[in-house]
Design a binder for this molecule. Structure first.
Ligand code: NDP
Ligand code: MG
Length: 388
């Protein structure tokens, strides 16, 4: 088999570093072509040296300057700024891109990879939430495969296997650090508590999304796009142990699940090796050392799930509004400008004043809507921050 020539968008993040651990075990199968980060230049430099990367992209120009000083004799090409990164992907001969930048900023380089016909291994769910129809249209036009990396969607992808008729997809959800709490109890939770996820070590944005359950809401929309599943056939069940990564119920009632320890190396490697499977180190799954439990999500205490589902059903540009408002709200919460419960209030307010029913089929419309939603959310946040 010819080696995979890989670009990693978000090489220094949690997914990027889990990918690095997978690459350690499969140096013979994968060549690193390019690594992209925003500003963590020492980490990306270290990664590039370890895997002989041909180029490194830093979207923050100040960080690129620091890398020039830090490593004047670097053996790779240094690309500076998002425009140059997008251009470099457009001209690249890589076969595969792992899209693992956080947030909406992953959209343009992901589109560039799809336009080039590359296989895109998608961790960056915000891209699909905000621009699902556009992303799928570009992927189809260029026969570019889109392979899920998000653990739930990887589980569904693996269960679907053959193209058989599905009755329902069931996404599992750990419930996050605040599972079981009432709205009253959630009023005073802190940033530190929100960042202490019980099962997964992830970047701050997705960790807060896991605490509000917006992560699961985004994943409902992600599943809708990836598997062409209507929203009324996507359910969520809380499963605190994070051992069953999701389930598919077929029309005859037979239900398949994918199990494993919570370890993102597995879905990353499945996406790289599919339809083959490669060996991977790690402790074997034990089914006898803990019970597996399930319960319905509490949409009263965690309204983000309902908001995301409603935005998904409304379709068009609504999911882009949901995503942008949520990104602004999470950043404001992490900056301690608003309280935890305000996050879903920002999202609900921003959705409630949006009334554009056009489809989300052009990049211009999606970018303009994203900007509008951020400004609208920021104005609400500003008001809130001034209210004692
Ligand atoms: P992290 O915050 O840990 O990492 C984000 C990465 O993206 C970093 O490499 C960061 O660079 C880079 N980045 C962010 N903004 C930009 C930008 N404007 N230009 C270039 N690079 C940028 O996030 P995660 O790894 O946790 O998550 C990445 C994506 O994967 C998210 O969309 C998340 O929802 C999804 N995901 C993550 C999972 C996980 O287990 N972590 C599970 C499932 C999905 P720098 O370090 O320089 O800032
Ligand atoms: Mg997930």
């Amino acid at each position: 088999m010819a080696p995979i020539r890989l670009i990693i968008l978000g090489a220094t993040g949690s997914i990027g570093q889990n990918a690095r651990a997978v690459l350690e075990e499969h140096r013979d199968k994968i060549q690193v072509e390019g690594l992209v980060a925003r500003s963590r230049f020492e980490a990306v430099h270290d990664f590039a040296l370890a895997f002989d990367a041909r180029w490194v992209g830093l979207t923050d120009p100040a960080a690129a300057d620091r890398l020039r000083q830090f490593a004047p004799d670097r053996p790779y090409r240094l690309i500076t700024g998002m425009e140059e990164v997008v251009e470099t992907i457009h001209e690249s001969s890589a076969t595969t891109v792992l899209a693992a930048m956080s947030g909406f900023s992953g959209l343009r380089p992901t589109l560039a990879a799809l336009e080039r016909g590359m296989t895109v291994l998608l961790a960056n769910k915000e891209t699909l939430v905000a621009a699902g129809d556009l992303v799928k249209g570009v992927a189809a036009a260029h026969a570019a495969p889109l392979v899920p990396v998000d653990s739930e969607h990887s589980a569904i992808f693996q269960c679907l296997g053959l193209d058989q008729p599905v009755r329902r997809i069931i996404l599992t959800c750990s419930g996050g650090p605040f599972r079981g709490m009432t709205r009253e109890q959630l009023r005073h939770v802190t940033v530190e508590q929100a960042l202490a996820h019980p099962n997964w070590r992830m970047g701050p944005k997705i960790t807060v999304d896991s605490a509000t359950l917006m992560n699961k809401g985004l994943e409902i929309i992600e599943a809708h796009h990836l598997f062409n599943t209507p929203f009324d056939q996507i359910d969520v069940v809380v499963h605190p142990e994070s051992v069953i990564h999701s389930l598919v119920e077929f029309v005859d009632g037979a239900t398949l699940a994918q199990l494993g320890w919570p370890d993102m190396r597995v879905p990353i490697q499945v996406a790289l090796s599919w339809p083959d499977r490669w060996p991977l180190s790690g402790a074997p799954l034990s089914l006898t050392d803990r019970p597996l439990t399930f319960m319905p999500p509490d949409e009263e205490a965690f309204p983000a799930l309902r908001l995301a589902r409603q935005a998904g059903i409304a379709g068009g540009l609504y999911p882009a509004v949901l995503n942008a408002a949520n990104e602004e709200a999470v950043a404001a919460f992490l900056a301690r400008d608003i309280a935890f419960l305000d996050i879903s209030r920002v999202v609900e307010h921003t959705l409630s004043v949006f009334s554009d029913t056009r489809p989300a089929t052009t990049l211009e419309d999606i970018l303009a809507t994203d900007r509008w939603a951020r400004q609208t959310a920021a104005a609400w946040i500003h008001e809130r921050a001034r209210t004692p």
